[in-house]
Write a protein of this length. Structure first.
Length: 132
């Protein structure tokens, strides 16, 4: 069985958002300054019942420059894509200290300005108490 025959006999079962058919209209409304609750109301007028949160997540998961997702049989990569550096890589810290700067190379660790002192000086708190 080749892939063409498989595609003719089998329907894909992947879930798609019910907002996907309205992708262009949703982003057009956002560009015009409409709020998510207004978009939800517009969708409700078109018999699509979703929450404001669902609209927000839909918009967040897709940006305006990305066309609606259409399933493809394979992803085509060009040599240009492979040669591009990954810009999402962040420099890693050398220690587990969250206050250390990531770009420090000399191993100097910057400490938190609030250091814990387990034994406070009681004379500083209560004063010198020599009332005997």
């Amino acid at each position: 069985m080749d892939i063409d025959e498989f595609e003719r006999t089998t329907q894909p079962k992947a879930k798609r958002s019910k907002l996907e058919p309205f992708h262009a209209q949703i982003f057009e409304l956002k560009r015009k300054g409409y709020a998510n609750w207004q978009i939800r109301d517009w969708l409700a007028a078109n018999n699509v019942k979703v929450s404001q949160e669902a609209v927000r997540k839909f918009i967040k998961s897709r940006d305006d420059t990305t066309p609606p997702t259409v399933p493809t049989s394979e992803k085509v990569s060009t040599q240009e894509d492979l040669d591009k550096p990954n810009k999402e890589e962040k420099p890693k810290t050398t220690t587990g200290n969250p206050f250390a700067k990531a770009n420090k190379t000399d191993g100097d660790i910057r400490r938190n300005q609030f250091e814990y002192n387990p034994t406070p000086d009681l004379t500083k708190i209560y004063g010198d108490n020599n009332d005997e």
